[in-house]
Design a binder for this molecule. Structure first.
Ligand SMILES: Cc1cc2nc3c(=O)[nH]c(=O)nc-3n(C[C@H](O)[C@H](O)[C@H](O)COP(=O)(O)OP(=O)(O)OC[C@H]3O[C@@H](n4cnc5c(N)ncnc54)[C@H](O)[C@@H]3O)c2cc1C
Length: 738
């Protein structure tokens, strides 16, 4: 028996595994070091389940609802609220064009810059969930202050120091960063190297030089960076550059690679302080340069042993930071927009009705409510995963792209519904500045077009695949016999996996997912779980076929890759929406939001898969895919108009759903725009029965209604007060001159 297996094995290696390996070698372009390091950074999470074709829902749901500690909640209710009350976004954005000193002082005193720094180093030691909640709330008040807080708590370089710093670097810098004695920035981007940051021309040469009166081994570094947030005021810069060792002072290798150094910005030779003016925002951002600046080796993050490891460090730190900063900012901006727009649409009367009663406006409001529910669900689930020790690299890219893109849609809808009220700028306008800041969120931490079309699916497909990375490693093995020996068992298992994904896709496609995996107690949510499981199977099968037929070319077929990334992103967001609905105890009133997300998402998934299949370069493969993914055609039709109106109603009506959906919004100081709209909203809703009475009697004047005893004196007073509140809320700023 063993002999037969041995013969079969030899035959298989010679006639199947060997030739397949040769084809794979021809298909796969060589992976660069930076690509490999990006692929190896961070880990997997729910993305791997979605690309397995049979997601294990228990894994996602078992964590239960995310919770903040008492201390974290107290910080949100105390210092964060206090900070919000101190901020005047119009003043700092337009008048001062900078975050004013008292705000900086408060940020330092309350250790806002040390949220991720452990308490033992003097920081707040907050969870990712709390960190996100703080950034989210600040973003409902001032994008500039939120960004100012975001950077030190992300790459710049607190996160990097925590994970890669030497004990001496941590002991020295972390307490100083936590209490704001040091203001950090992270300098990666150069004029010639934006999205392709690894192509930077900033260079360091290993050499001896003088430091504190002694000759020490170090690096002479020259660079020109731009777009660096907090750069103009930073005292400590995390600087990325390529290190070379032409004199072999460190060893045999000449081109050492990207290295990160911790550089005090008062070092002679550094030019820092000029400002860019991004999207008219007040947070500090600017260029900086250095020419032949000597740095001792112990400035290298992690010490001399870590030279050349900068890219790996950056990629792993990005996976955490990117999951928090911009998604939280996006949700915050979305919440502010949704809360104020729902209120405004209820108090703004045109053609004798609140504009929110017109279907055209309801369509936009419904979109806003469901998109907000979705991105907030993804934010909550992802920060919880971070707190459980996961570092989900692909999910961080998905979340960044999806949250910022949907935030843009939400803000656009909010602007349209507000009309001139959000266009005319001034202290009363609470949306204009958020609108201006949108491109910042879209562009930073991986510009969206690139991240969507190259990173999400490109990395997701490779990293989440159970065999592909090992196969690529086998293919890279220089010894042919050893390569085939390593590859052969992988190929067998891979073939089994591919066959199962095909079967699943066809079977679930033909039965509309009726038999697909659902959690044990899915009950009334079964249909939603089944559909997501079905499309997870379909995506996994399309991924298999794409990898097999396009191989490395997939990288160049960005339109295909982008759409497949959209399917993965949509599946991820919808899974999180289901988790959120479960975590909230299946709140009945939220059901319309969940259903709308699902129905809109399924349309997008079907459309993206359809476009991938339609544009597949090989016609026979395209036919095969159509048959195996949509054996009975496409069926998703999107939410009904009634469902969309029901979602809109959630924003138009005061109550627990609106409050849950917009939890965390700073309510505005008394007399400010956000507060005026909310106060008018409350009064308008409270007096609606009286107004309806006037309307059905055909009377416009409150005095006339009072005379005819249609309303009481108190009711007349309430109506007058509501009218006054409306007038104040819809008012826009006027300037004698500008
Ligand atoms: C306000 C602001 C703050 C910033 N803060 C920092 C900071 O603190 N530190 C720091 O180091 N950097 C920072 N950046 C830099 C930021 O990360 C870069 O702007 C970003 O990486 C994009 O680079 P770029 O603007 O040069 O665009 P480019 O790289 O020129 O890209 C232009 C467009 O082409 C697209 N594109 C590029 N390559 C591809 C591709 N292969 N496939 C598809 N599309 C592609 C991009 O998506 C983008 O839409 C900041 C930028 C801004 C504007």
């Amino acid at each position: 028996m063993q002999q037969t297996q041995g013969v079969i094995g030899r035959w298989r290696r010679r006639y199947i595994s060997g030739p397949v390996l040769r084809r794979i070698r021809a298909l796969l372009p060589p992976i660069s070091d930076t690509e490999r390091e990006a692929l190896e950074a961070g880990g997997l999470w729910w993305d791997a389940q979605l690309l397995s074709g049979k997601p294990d829902w228990a894994q996602l749901l078992s964590s239960g609802p995310p919770r903040l500690s008492d201390q974290e909640q107290a910080f949100l209710d105390g210092p964060v609220m206090q900070l919000c009350s101190l901020i005047d976004d119009w003043d700092l954005t337009v008048e001062q064009r900078a975050v004013p000193q008292p705000i900086w002082d408060f940020l330092r005193q309350q250790r806002f810059f040390g949220m991720i720094i452990p308490e033992e180093f003097g920081g707040l030691g907050f969870s990712a969930a709390a960190h996100s909640a703080v950034v989210m709330r600040l973003s409902t008040r001032s994008i500039s202050v939120a960004v100012t807080v975001m950077v030190p708590n992300s790459l710049g370089p607190g996160e990097l120091l925590l994970h890669h710093g030497t004990p001496e670097q941590k002991d020295y810098y972390l307490p100083r960063l936590a209490d704001g004695r040091e203001i950090p920035c992270f300098a990666l981007t150069s004029p010639q190297a934006g999205s392709d940051a690894a192509s930077m021309t900033d260079r360091g040469i290993v050499c001896y030089g003088e430091h504190k009166g002694e000759q020490v081994l170090g690096m002479r570094v020259s660079w020109a960076k731009r777009y660096i947030t907090l750069g103009p005021v930073a005292t400590l810069m995390g600087l990325a550059f390529k290190l070379y060792d032409p004199d072999h002072l460190l060893g045999d290798v000449e081109s050492i690679g990207i290295t990160v150094a911790l550089v005090p910005t008062d070092t002679p030779g550094i030019n820092i302080g000029e400002r860019h003016y991004p999207a008219l925002q007040a947070f500090l951002n600017g260029p900086n340069e250095g020419q032949d600046v000597f740095m001792p080796m112990d400035w290298v993050l992690g010490g001399q042993a870590c030279v050349g490891q900068g890219w790996k460090m950056l990629m792993s730190a990005l996976a955490a930071g990117r999951s928090i900063s911009l998604p939280s900012l996006s949700v915050g901006a979305g919440k502010l927009a949704a809360r104020t727009t729902g209120a405004y649409a209820r108090i703004r009367y045109q053609f004798g009705l609140p504009v929110g009663r017109f279907e055209g406006v309801q369509e936009a409001l419904g979109r806003m409510a469901s998109s907000l529910y979705l991105i907030d669900a993804a934010r909550l689930a992802t920060t919880q995963a971070l707190d459980q020790g996961k570092v989900p690299a692909v999910v961080s890219a998905i979340l960044k792209v999806q949250a910022t893109a949907r935030m843009r849609e939400i803000i656009n809808d909010a602007m349209d519904i507000h009309g001139g009220k959000a266009i005319c700028d001034g202290p009363l306008n609470y949306l204009g500045n958020v609108y201006r800041a949108i491109p910042v969120a879209i562009t930073v931490e991986g510009a969206n077009i690139l991240t969507r079309s190259l990173i999400v699916f490109g990395q997701g497909a490779v990293r989440c695949h159970p065999y592909l990375l090992d196969e690529m490693e086998a293919a890279a093995e220089p010894d042919a016999a050893a390569a085939v020996a390593a590859f052969d068992p992988l190929l067998l298992r891979h073939a089994g996996f591919a066959a199962m994904t095909l079967l699943r896709s066809v079977f679930h496609g033909a039965t509309f997912g009726y038999f697909a995996a659902v959690p044990l107690d899915a009950a009334e949510l079964s249909l939603h779980y089944r559909r997501l499981s079905r499309f997870s199977a379909a995506l996994t099968w399309v991924t298999e076929v794409s990898l097999l037929t396009l191989g490395g070319n997939l990288k160049r077929r960005e339109m295909l890759s982008g759409r497949l990334g959209d399917v993965l992103g949509e599946l991820f967001l919808l899974s999180c929406a289901l988790k959120r609905f479960e975590d909230d105890g299946r709140a009945r009133d939220d059901r319309v939001l969940l259903d709308t997300c699902m129905q809109r998402g399924l349309v997008r998934i079907e459309q993206s898969l359809h476009e991938v299949i339609d544009n597949f370069p090989s016609r026979p493969v395209s036919w095969l895919l159509r048959l195996s993914v949509f054996p009975l055609g496409r069926w998703a039709s999107g939410p009904s108009d009634a469902l969309t109106c029901a979602c809109a109603e959630r924003l138009l009506t005061p109550g627990p759903v609106r409050d849950r959906l917009t939890l965390g919004v700073y309510p505005g100081n008394p007399g400010e725009g956000v507060d005026l709209v909310e106060q008018a909203f409350v009064q308008v809703v409270a007096t609606e029965p009286q107004r309806a009475r006037l309307h059905s009697a055909g009377i416009e004047s409150i005095d006339a209604a009072l005379e005819q005893k249609l309303i009481t004196v108190e009711e007349a007073e309430a109506l007058r007060s509501a009218d006054k509140a409306i007038a104040e809320a819809v008012a826009v700023d006027r300037f004698a001159e500008l």
